[in-house]
Design a protein around this ligand. Structure first.
Ligand code: MEV
Length: 311
């Protein structure tokens, strides 16, 4: 038996604009995770994925490549030079799907890690990220690659599409309360809508993407210098720009307002938007007050996570 696991993620700054070459900042969230376990199957059964949380079984051997997790399993087996072993790969995940926390990329990463462990081989974070990116293109068309990168590297990253991720220094821990609207919102839909908007009015969209990029660069400096008050203001500004892209929703706006009113330094939606999760930046002492205000405002659950300081 061999296992592999992978955390969820949040995007702190730059979602959507990152698809168009602007920078973004993201961090792993270890409070939620996907875990894959490889167990021997019956001789001649081939490789089968058991998506136990949704009660689905997907044969990998001979499966259509339309199934993203079957695709990444096949790719990982190929890269590791394993033909078609008789394996049952069982996947469990505590990451809500279509919620902006990277459930698809985490599931794929856990599977790749489990396959590598079962074959006693190791893959670099870059190799895992590249394999998972291919399944991401089936999940949502034109991914920037930020989800597979932050999840495979498991560290906060400054990310620009097509470039290796850059770690950066964090002067003071960044404590976030993540609030889930409970509304599933597939990234493929919001990314597709933004693309249609951009095609119809490129000048307006490019202007908003540039403004998001400026907020992301300023956030990078605020994180490096430990200026959390400024970081919070920048989050509020990034949320307003995402509203202009029409990827927010009344629920996300209400949760962000409730968090700010309860003392958060700033708040914004995180990920694809329209549903899914928002994040609130808090002083650690205010985390419980903000989490409780979010629950009262209708969030289905909250997670408090801290991005640790590092040199
Ligand atoms: C999804 O986590 C983030 C988006 O920017 C899409 C992407 O980067 O591929 C909305």
């Amino acid at each position: 038996m061999a296992t592999g696991s992978a955390p969820g993620k949040v995007i702190l700054f730059g979602e959507h604009a990152v698809v168009y070459g602007r920078p973004a900042i993201a961090a792993p969230v270890s409070q939620v995770a996907a875990t894959a376990t490889v167990t021997p199957g019956a001789p001649g059964s081939g490789c089968v994925l058991d998506l136990s949380d949704i009660g689905e079984t997907v044969p990998v051997t001979g499966a259509s490549t339309e199934q993203p997790l079957a695709l990444v399993t096949k790719l990982a087996l190929d890269v590791l030079g394993l033909a078609t072993p008789d394996w049952r790969i069982v996947l469990h995940s505590t990451i809500p799907v279509s919620s902006g926390l990277g459930s698809g990329a985490a599931a794929a990463t856990a599977i790749v890690r489990a396959i590598a462990a079962a074959s006693d081989r190791s893959l670099t974070a870059g190799e895992i990220s590249a394999l998972v990116y291919q399944s991401e293109t089936l999940f949502h068309g034109t991914p920037s690659g930020i989800d597979n990168t932050v999840i495979a590297y498991e560290q906060p990253v400054w990310f620009v599409r097509g470039q290796p991720p850059e770690p950066f220094s964090i002067a003071r821990p960044v404590t976030l309360v993540i609030g889930d609207t409970g509304i599933a919102s597939p990234t493929s839909i919001t990314v597709g809508d933004v693309r249609r908007g951009w095609q119809a009015d490129p000048r307006r969209y490019e202007y908003v993407f540039d403004a998001i990029a400026r907020a992301t660069v300023a956030a990078y400096h605020a994180i490096e210098s430990g200026d959390l008050a400024e970081l919070g203001r920048l989050m509020n500004g990034n949320h307003a720009l995402l509203q202009e892209l029409e990827v927010s929703s009344p629920e996300l706006d209400r949760l962000c307002a409730a968090a700010r009113q309860a003392g958060a330094l700033g708040a914004k939606l995180s990920g694809g938007g329209r549903g899914g999760n928002m994040i609130a930046l808090v002083e650690p002492a205010a985390a419980e007050t903000v989490a409780s205000a979010l629950r009262q405002a209708g969030t289905v659950r909250t997670i408090t996570t801290t991005v640790a300081a590092c040199a």
